[in-house]
Design a protein around this ligand. Sequence first.
Ligand SMILES: Nc1ncnc2c1ncn2[C@@H]1O[C@H](COP(=O)(O)OP(=O)(O)OP(=O)(O)O)[C@@H](O)[C@H]1O
Length: 303
Amino acid sequence: MKRIYFIYNLKSGKGTIRSKLGDVIDLCTKAGYEVTARSTQSRMDACTVAEYACLQNYDMIACSGGDGTLNEVVHGVMNSGMSVPIGYIPSGSTNDFSRGLGIPRGIVNAAGWMLQGGRYVCDVGQFNDKYFMYVAAFGALVSVTYETPQQTKNVLGHAAYILNGITRLNTIRSYHMRVEYDGKCIEDDFIFGMVTNSASVAGMISLENFLLDDGVYEVTLVKTPRNPLDLHKIVNSLLNIKEDLDTRQIKCFRASRIRFTSAEPVPWTVDGECGGDVTQAEVINLKRAVTFAVGQQSNPEGT
Ligand SMILES: Nc1ncnc2c1ncn2[C@@H]1O[C@H](COP(=O)(O)OP(=O)(O)OP(=O)(O)O)[C@@H](O)[C@H]1O
């Protein structure tokens, strides 16, 4: 019999998975799987368990939680060196990545969808020695995703990020950085930068024109504004990125390998979790490195 390992985080979002567990297990059973279920017991538990499930030759790993839980499961699968498909049932407070993958809303809908047989082979990001699925970022706005207290996120969701972000606008820091990619180099003062593979970041910033399996990232760098009007324009542009921007204040480009260097340590966030303070960040797109269980449509092989 096929075996599925279901990892769920009761601490993510509003804990909605708690009341849907029976339905998810029933769907997996009806789809022909023997189910092993485990609630995450601490930070990084999902990583350890996902690696274990891969090494035990489970046929699929299902996980329910937010972007942080998914990130840990991806770490586990990558660490195992195996390509066991991941089924993702979003139940966090923002679930940025799920929008890009097209996962239907609602826990039961998402669970049914991941069991339909399609496979999507997706790029994974490497940020120094960490992996990420949809964003590595530094500076203003994005730091709110991991500095917003979990309890506030659970109760207020997106609104928590926005409130927290606005209260920080007057304390924005600037970082002098050298950014190297594809034989090019930009050196300037930046308040914000992000490397993304996602339809949205922090539930606020919406991006279009991206592919999750093309081996390249969208990079957005925001130069330090010279006055409050500049800052206002930047925030407006960032909250509604409809196409590639390359204005005086915002630099956008695509690349598969980017190196950020600074004299002082810069705090980064990786998939909404703390990524550490570093003077050098090497960001690499690992093309089509992890497989997701998705609906009925698979992405074409080798594109
Ligand atoms: N039993 C536990 N006790 C405390 N923390 C846990 C436990 N299990 C998992 N965690 C941690 O909870 C954190 C938040 O999880 P997750 O990101 O999935 O939810 P979220 O923050 O609500 O969603 P999102 O990232 O989409 O906003 C993760 O860093 C994870 O390691």
